[in-house]
Design a protein around this ligand. Sequence first.
Ligand code: UDP
Length: 232
Amino acid sequence: MRVLLKLSGEFLAGDLGKGFDEKILARITDEIIEIHQAGVELAVVIGGGNLFRGIGSKSVGIDQLTGDNIGMLATIQNALMLSGVIRNKGVKARVFSIVQMPYICESYTPALAKSALQKGHICFFAGGVGNPYFTTDTAGVLRAIETECDFLVKGTNVEGVFDKDPRKFPKAKLYKSLTYEQALSESLRIMDSTAFALAKDNQKKIVVFDVSKPKNLKKVILEQSVGTVVTN
Ligand code: UDP
């Protein structure tokens, strides 16, 4: 089984709101290693929101293009951080960036990435899609398609996809499954529309789950017992 895990950068910040929460780094890398040791070929796309998002450009006084470039660099920093912690635990992890910086990490190509996954190396795909005006959700779907992952799991801080925001509406209904069409038309805001459109056109299954709960990564990938499944 080959799976792509999409994490937001914000997740790495935990309660700190910005930067890196060491407890989160320790826990999520343990969970990633557990999945890897169960024999799953694992790719990871991580966002950059704990460091910078292009959307914050205006308030700082820079244009969005520059802000998005800073955001893409943030995703590389996060990939370096997670892969570094994993390697420190004795497991092979590699960073492939679409934004080339050969001194710091390997350059992404689908062929190289697939070969690394086949060798059992945990692979981080960094730099988003390599273009401003995109997000790492879209990068996650794109890389999952290119590297022929069986499905993509998207970590959030709620159980899955609800009909309303469950933090505002306690009676919000959790969907067990959903079509891409529904996700797009009901603007459920779990992923941006570009990411969903790409998943729909290429029939890449997405499972949205709560990564803030310990052990859920195993439950969503190995047991497939939590989260909301988005398919055709
Ligand atoms: N970004 C970009 N192109 C991409 C991916 C990311 O320009 O292909 C920039 C964009 O500014 C974005 C930031 O990097 O706000 C961080 O990525 P994202 O918002 O997806 O991170 P997350 O919300 O998942 O932490």
